[in-house]
Design a binder for this molecule. Structure first.
Ligand code: SF4
Length: 351
């Protein structure tokens, strides 16, 4: 791993971003922000799953007003996603939001932008500038490559905020093309001091999205670039968080939480490994402790993996072998496999 790039540090409520802080995981609510109960429910679910910062779309003043009520019911840092209308930014700041996502270039009148920036500064609320490769002005610097154009535009937006004396800045450069995204972040990392929010945007359904983001985000983090991440995918935002945490954990950038080791199954498999792994994943979804669980289909590789796990099961001859602390403790009927495994996991976590 390349040592992490040194970036300026910003704070969203109790979460630090940049300046050597742990890489945080973000997601976005997919509820209608005006539906306070549904949005609060989703924020709680995201936070329970390990999401550090939650962004909400603020399409109108009703949504900005709902934000006030949402803010009072959750403790997770909230970012208001604003486009074009400075009044929504001002209302969101008034509602107690912890971060703004807006592009200064989208707010056409300078005095409007000045008011937003002045209030953000007064409240110490950072602003994320985000350039999306798919939304560049069509005639914008056609002679440059896509990553170069994204970087140039982002730096113009950064300068606009700097000219207003504002420096609580975070930058994202998202494209749906993984290689272009990586190149854009690499270019900008050397050209400004602000923290970087990583992600591959419009990445597709869950599996495609997770893979594309894991490659883009993973390559950059391995090179020391990136301070906060969002895995975007068309689907349940809890999957975004799970994927984000898995990326960080795989790179050793997060305290190891639960880890399920399960075999791919083959013609020797004697138990429902995919089903057991899925149920175990649900059981561990809100657990933060480092616990390693092995679920293996047979005795070929099963006992070996189970000996390296805190709790493990391996398919045997008409039964399941149960391991705790690397030791074989007993055989259980196949139909009791999950309850036996879950019981040992719960016992271990209670300790
Ligand atoms: S552990 Fe056994 S069942 Fe699972 S993939 Fe390996 S050989 Fe097949």
């Amino acid at each position: 791993m390349t040592p992490r790039r040194h970036s300026a540090q910003i704070r969203l409520r109790d979460v630090l971003v940049g300046g050597g802080a742990p890489v945080s995981v973000q997601s976005m609510t997919k509820t209608d922000t005006r539906d306070v109960a549904a949005t609060v429910g989703q924020i709680h679910a995201l936070a329970d799953a390990g999401c550090d910062i939650v962004r909400l779309a603020i399409p109108d003043l009703e949504a900005a007003e709902a934000l006030r009520s949402i803010r009072s019911q959750v403790t997770t840092p909230l970012v208001a996603d604003i486009h074009f209308d400075h009044r929504l930014a001002l209302a969101s700041l008034d509602a107690g939001v912890d971060g703004l996502r807006l592009n200064p270039g989208n707010i056409s009148r300078r005095e409007h932008l000045q008011r937003v920036v002045a209030l953000a500064r007064e409240r110490s609320v950072p602003i994320r500038i985000g350039v999306n490769g798919g939304s560049l002005p069509p005639d914008y610097r056609p002679e440059e490559s896509l990553p170069e154009r994204m970087v140039t535009l982002a730096l113009e937006q950064v300068r606009t905020l700097e000219d207003l004396g504002f420096s609580l800045i975070k930058v994202s450069l998202k494209a749906s093309d993984v290689v272009a995204t990586v190149e854009a972040y690499r270019l900008i990392a050397a050209r400004m001091p602000y923290p970087l929010h990583l992600g591959v945007t419009e990445a597709g359904p869950p599996m495609t999205g997770a893979i594309r983001n894991a490659i883009g985000i993973g390559v950059l983090l391995e090179q020391g670039i990136g301070d906060t991440i969002r895995v975007s995918m068309s689907g349940d935002p809890l999957l975004e968080v799970a994927a984000g945490r898995e990326i960080l954990s795989s790179l050793g950038l997060m305290d190891a939480g639960p880890r399920i080791v399960s075999c791919p199954t083959c013609g020797r498999t004697t138990l429902d490994v995919p089903g057991l792994a899925a149920r175990t994943g649900e059981l561990l979804s809100s657990v933060r402790e480092p616990i390693r669980v092995a679920i293996m289909g047979c005795v070929v590789n099963g006992p070996g993996e189970c000996r390296h796990a805190d709790v493990g099961i391996a398919g045997g001859d008409g039964k399941v072998l149960l391991y705790v602390g690397g030791e074989f403790i007993r055989s259980v009927p196949v139909e009791d496999a999950f309850e036996s495994l879950a019981g040992e996991i719960r016992r271990l976590l209670e300790r």
